[in-house]
Design a protein around this ligand. Structure first.
Ligand code: PEP
Ligand code: MN
Length: 344
């Protein structure tokens, strides 16, 4: 339920409401707006008697049920966009960020080269999987801990924060030591134990949509992270399975405006995995931004033809530069900002 405080309420009244929420076993979530202050009371479906109880507390104007099954992610509980800040830039609320880099960390040389040029072309974050979830157990599985160390070196050199995938709850602690953002991939998007462990790590989480997940299910997965007290979640539309075979997945561009009408969380587009082919990555990225995305996560490799995973979809450096140039112009036309990264 959502508790709306009266205009001019007293701070002691607000604190008493929060204490009462905790006392009845719910989790409070405070949202202080300019006009109104809201306190979400998150827990299992409140009874009419409980709502009545809160309605009678001093300073309370209204108590309303939260209509959606996702609570902390909802625009009802937080009616303004979440803006996530990184040392290099911001995402959400009109700020657009770009994370770029190879699909997988393959070597020190490959990763450092990619890190240097994505930085030079204006990316705000370096991506690259050290642990790769592969369809075949015989395919390249990533360099593991060695890959995390390479990412850490790339961060030390370039100043770019790192986003990298974590595959299991047991790996969270290790990956969180090196990563600035934990990526939870499409194949793990409903691994609830992993979502909870990532929530508890306190690190921002970049959550990809599962390839057969509805948008409601996607937000319920985000809710698993949020409900562990971690409000820093980025939602990424990365394509879903349909009958179409020309592309690797079907990019659901409509997911962007729909999600943004349901949640305050930043919504990004991954144009690489739905395209499956590098020629189609730039148009899909631009379509996502035009639909309102707050960021992009894009694959690019110094020698894509030699890549050990997702070779066909990784951009060459020049193509990545072209994407950045076009994205900047499009974002400006949308009256939003794709700022140059702030780097030391
Ligand atoms: C990736 O980002 O390389 C990846 C495996 O993504 P997804 O989980 O979206 O397939
Ligand atoms: Mn990939």
């Amino acid at each position: 339920m959502l508790i709306v405080m009266k205009r001019g309420y007293m701070e002691e009244e607000l604190q008493a409401v929060i204490r009462e929420i905790e006392k009845v076993g719910y989790r409070p979530h405070l949202s202080r707006g300019v006009e109104t202050t809201l306190v979400g009371a998150i827990g299992r479906g409140p009874t009419p008697e409980l709502m009545e109880h809160f309605r009678a507390l001093p300073g309370v104007a209204e108590v309303i049920p939260i209509s959606k099954p996702w609570k902390l992610a909802s625009l009802e509980v937080q009616p303004f966009p979440t803006v996530l800040e990184f040392p290099t830039g911001k995402t959400g609320g009109g700020h657009v960020m770009v994370a770029a880099g190879p699909c997988g960390v393959e070597s020190r040389d490959q990763t450092l080269k990619a890190a240097r040029y994505v930085k030079a072309h204006g990316a705000h974050m370096l991506r690259g999987g050290a642990f790769k979830p592969r369809t075949s157990p015989y395919a390249f599985q990533g360099l593991g801990v060695e890959g995390l160390k390479i990412l850490a070196e790339a961060k030390r050199e370039t100043g770019l924060p790192i986003v990298t995938e974590v595959l299991s709850p047991e790996q969270v602690e290790l990956v969180a030591e090196h990563a600035d953002v934990l990526q939870i991939g499409a194949r793990n998007a409903q691994n609830f134990a992993l979502l909870q462990a990532a929530g508890e790590s306190g690190k921002p989480v970049l959550l990809k949509r599962g390839m057969s997940m509805t948008l409601e299910e996607f937000l319920m997965s985000a809710e698993y992270v949020l409900s562990r007290g971690n409000m820093r979640v980025i939602l990424v539309e990365r394509g879903i399975r349909t009958f179409e075979k020309a592309t690797r997945f079907t990019l659901d561009v409509a997911a962007v405006p729909v999600l943004k009408s349901w949640t305050h969380l930043p919504v990004w587009i991954d144009p690489s995995h739905p395209a499956g082919k590098r020629d189609w990555v730039i148009p899909l990225a631009l379509a996502g931004l035009a639909a309102g995305a707050d960021g992009l996560i894009v694959e690019t490799h110094p020698e894509p033809e030699k890549a050990l995973s997702d070779a066909a979809q990784q951009l060459h450096e020049e193509e990545f530069a072209e994407l950045m140039d076009k994205a900047r112009r499009l974002v400006a036309a949308l009256d939003k900002t794709l700022a140059a990264p702030v780097l030391g």
